[in-house]
Design a binder for this molecule. Structure first.
Ligand SMILES: [Zn+2]
Length: 239
């Protein structure tokens, strides 16, 4: 939050496509406002296919994540944990501390603790724990400590299931770039259609329109802030 320093936002999603579906409109808006953006995918996405081997798929999804991040000039960070293997242990905690330290962000966005998928829920928990630890100078890892304690926000769940928003971001101007980012996840478009009969463009627009109705704008994304000492807000942080 300092004068000439470019503010930094770090979004941490479990699978390559979670950030694209849940908060990419907000990331694009932050980018337009001059923020530096980091997008971390915790899992390597190696199980979301009936066509590829896990090894092939992880490589494909790494390159898709980079292509998606490029669209908003974001830095892609890859934690490389296999799908379904995000667990709450010390090794994972240190891994996420290092993700945060690589970005040293002013603000972090991740999954809601009330999400429905174990990788999402455990990512949420690991990010919550690591957020409070990443600036401790006596906790030695591969990266230097973060410069500050970041704000932490939880993004919407898929289709808004079990999520009661507290804040909204108007993404009317960025919903199209959000769809373009999701379209970079080519390996997932057919998979989501096969598995859940989900047309991702329709999905993104319908959810954003629904959240938009709630916020009184055309398209919106929804968030909840994690309350933490000493971060009670006297002003809005989201764009
Ligand atoms: Zn996911």
């Amino acid at each position: 939050m300092k004068g000439v320093t470019k503010m930094k936002v770090l979004a941490i999603g479990a699978h390559p496509d979670d950030l694209e579906l849940q908060c990419a409109g907000t990331l694009a808006k932050y980018k337009n406002q001059g923020y530096e953006i980091f997008m971390c995918h915790v899992c390597d996405g190696n199980k979301g296919s009936k066509v590829h081997t896990s090894e092939e798929l992880a490589k494909i999804r790494r390159s898709e994540a980079i292509e998606s991040a490029k669209l908003i000039g974001a830095t892609s960070i890859w934690a490389g944990i296999p799908d379904g293997e995000v667990v709450l242990d010390l090794k994972s905690r240190i891994k996420i501390i290092d993700v945060i330290r690589q970005a040293s962000p002013d603000l972090i966005i991740t999954h809601s603790p009330n999400d429905y998928h174990s990788d999402h829920i455990n990512t949420s928990r690991l990010v919550f724990e690591a957020t409070y630890l990443s600036d401790l100078v006596l906790w030695k890892t591969d990266y230097p400590p973060s410069e500050k304690l970041p704000y932490l926000y939880y993004m919407d769940t898929l289709a808004g299931v079990n999520f009661v928003p507290e804040e909204y971001v108007d993404i009317t101007d960025t919903v199209e770039i959000k769809i373009k980012m999701m379209n970079k996840m080519k390996s997932q478009l057919g998979w989501l259609k096969d598995m859940h009969n989900c047309d991702t463009e329709d999905f993104i627009k319908t959810v954003a329109k629904f959240r938009g109705f709630q916020a009184g704008v055309e398209f919106a994304e929804a968030f909840v802030q994690q309350k933490m000492y000493p971060q009670g807000l006297t002003k809005r942080i989201l764009p």
